[in-house]
Design a protein around this ligand. Structure first.
Ligand code: SF4
Length: 618
């Protein structure tokens, strides 16, 4: 085993570190960073954003350990070099390098890139280019297999020409199978072509070049054809959390990360059925980790990291069926070790707030709630039917436990939204504040954050058009006029960035030219407001001959073939369409945990009844 390489590359990297911001981003050698075995099948995993964000990504941390636990395999990391480091690397001709051994990424067998969201696409191309790897898969004759994973694979089509393969769904098993295949291919001297053909037949692995897309004269997709015996559809993979108690040795960074804490997933999936939420759809069914496993993980990770906070994470933590038991046991560990226990995603109900309030000592920190919409009517449309009473009760409960900051998240541009719905966001915040005063307390500070709704693939809203920029900006004006008061801080995401996100979210392969144009004109870190350049994206569309209106502002017909039609995340199309129709009529659908299966398709196709037997009956 070896730590940092003493090779030529490190000697050339080291002097650059004196000239860049936060050199610790490129050092490696953090606490728990793995020792790397030499002479084996080598993997490097990338997160396409800066170190402080990437090091907090749980998926990447899990997969790195999973690969390092495979005999004969090693796995290292790389994150997007910040602007200053990229400049220095390009000036000195230094290629993208791994953090553990500072080896050139182009020398590995597998280059796995996480795709967290659409505004990282230009960073992804930049990673390939900095590595000296041809950005188009068709131009690669050697070098690592470039594999994409993460929630961006729900529709990876705008990136299809840049990747050799994608892993759909959860990567624990798929990445392991790919590593084993590459090891076999190396030992048997397979060609790159043979290796890619074999990889494209593994369950959960999608090889975009195995599919051809036909377009009609009016630009719609006529069909997506598998070639050379590829399956009609590629099905995502999912794992049983009990079999994968990772991470076991999370890396502790030298510098401050966005999440400096132990992160233990208590379950995956969600069946609440919020119609805008892609994660809630594509990660079904719900799979819980047992209380004993959670407790064992917390105990062991507390000893191995020294973190002062434990987060029990999931899409909606208080939906965990044994939440009271697990918080009691984990709180006891936290008490002994002087750690804080937090539940990062809370439902807006008294039960959730009471549970969460009891965790942190002395009313530290803030509470975050996401009513999403200003009126009960619109909350029914999105199938998040929280009453105003629920919202007020949750905030009262939080302030009674001493919270002095309440964060409230809303969206604008939701389907069927009217100006009245937007005005009500302001009125709702004031009514909540008045309720706190009537309860005899000084109101906390309200941080109201408003984002722009983006319709996403594999959700009931995949058929709907994006709201225009003009309309969103007008609604932001309504918010500004309605939410001016001391103690209320209003902020919103740049709606132009949401427009680019929307363009790419439901885009097809033809958008590759737009992404490449934006990248070659200098777009990087598009999710960072100080770096986002809308004009650059407008020009990228113009130069590619792409009409964004076709992708953004067009309601889809019921039977339109979507670019992601061949990618099977388990969801039944008729279920999604019915949910869409019910949304337009303001009808809600129950959480199937109550026992009423809505036939979304996930459990039926699995045939395992995993969710129903394991959780619903408990
Ligand atoms: S198939 Fe039925 S029980 Fe299973 S997740 Fe979907 S709605 Fe729920």
């Amino acid at each position: 085993m070896s730590g940092r390489s003493s090779g030529d590359l490190w000697e050339r990297i080291e002097p650059l570190l004196l000239r860049v911001e936060r050199p610790s981003r490129y050092l490696g050698c953090e606490w728990n960073a793995p020792g790397i075995a030499q002479g084996c099948t080598s993997v490097v995993l990338a997160y396409p954003d800066v170190y402080e964000i990437g090091i907090s990504n749980l998926g990447l941390a899990i997969l790195q350990e999973v690969v390092n636990d495979i005999e004969g395999a090693s796995c290292e990391r790389v994150y997007s070099p910040w602007i200053d480091m990229e400049r220095e690397m390009r000036a000195e001709g230094i290629p993208l390098f791994s953090l553990e051994t500072h080896r050139a990424v182009s020398t590995y067998d597998i280059f796995g890139i996480s795709i967290p969201h659409e505004l990282t696409y230009t960073n992804i191309i930049n990673l390939l280019d900095l590595a000296g790897i041809p950005v188009h898969a068709s131009d690669r004759e050697e070098g690592p297999l470039v594999i994409g994973g993460g929630c961006g694979t729900a529709n990876p089509e705008p990136l299809a020409s840049f990747f050799d393969l994608f892993v759909l769904g959860e990567g624990e098993e798929s990445l392991g199978s790919l590593v084993e295949l590459v090891s076999r291919g190396k030992s048997q001297g397979w060609s790159r072509q043979k290796l890619l053909c074999e990889a494209g037949r593994l369950p959960g692995v999608y090889r975009p070049s195995d599919y051809e897309v036909d377009y009609s004269d009016d630009g719609l997709i006529e069909g997506i054809r598998p070639i050379d015996g590829a399956p009609e559809r590629v099905r995502k993979r999912e794992v049983d959390l009990e079999d994968w108690p990772y991470p076991r040795h999370p890396i502790v960074p030298f510098c401050e990360a966005v999440h400096d804490r132990i992160n233990v997933e208590i379950f995956r999936g969600c069946t609440r059925g919020c119609r805008f939420c892609q994660a809630g759809m594509i990660y079904r069914p719900v799979r819980e980790r047992s209380v004993d496993s959670v407790v064992a993980m917390v105990e062991s990770l507390a000893g191995r990291t020294g973190h002062e906070e434990v987060a029990l994470s999931s899409l909606s933590s208080t939906d965990y069926t044994m939440i009271e038991d697990v918080t009691k046991k984990v709180s006891a560990i936290c008490g002994q070790r002087r750690m804080i226990l937090s539940l990062p995603s809370l439902r807006m109900d008294g039960f959730s707030v009471e549970i969460a309030s009891g965790l942190e000592l002395g009313g530290r920190g803030s509470f975050t709630f996401a009513p999403e919409a200003g009126t009960e009517r619109l909350r029914r449309v999105i199938n998040k039917p929280i009453s105003e009473k629920d919202i007020i009760d949750a905030v009262l409960c939080a302030t009674r436990t001493g919270r002095r900051r309440i964060k409230l998240y809303f969206m604008i541009g939701l389907p069927t939204e009217t100006d009245e719905d937007v005005e009500e966001i302001g009125r709702l915040v004031f009514r909540v504040r008045d309720a706190v005063r009537s309860d005899g307390m000084a109101p906390p500070t309200f941080n109201v954050s408003v984002s722009t709704f983006v319709p996403k693939p594999h959700t009931p809203f995949q058929w709907i058009r994006q709201e225009t920029l003009e309309s969103i900006e007008r609604r932001q004006g309504i918010l500004q006029a309605n939410l001016r008061a001391r103690g209320i801080n209003l902020s919103w995401h740049d709606s132009r960035a949401s427009t680019v996100e929307s363009l790419l979210a439901r885009g097809d392969r033809r958008l590759a030219a737009v992404v490449e144009n934006a990248w070659s004109s200098g777009s990087r870190f598009d999710s960072w407001s100080e770096h986002f350049d809308y004009a650059c994206w407008e020009k990228a569309c113009e130069d590619a001959g792409t009409d964004p209106v076709f992708y953004l502002y067009r309601e889809r017909e019921r039977d339109e073939v979507f670019p992601w039609e061949h990618l099977d995340f388990g969801l039944d199309r008729d279920f999604l369409f019915k949910e869409y129709q019910d949304a337009l009529e303001g009808k809600t659908s129950p959480d199937c945990r109550g026992g009423q299966c809505l036939e979304c398709g996930v459990c039926d196709e699995q045939g395992s009844g995993l969710a129903l037997e394991g959780i619903w009956s408990s």
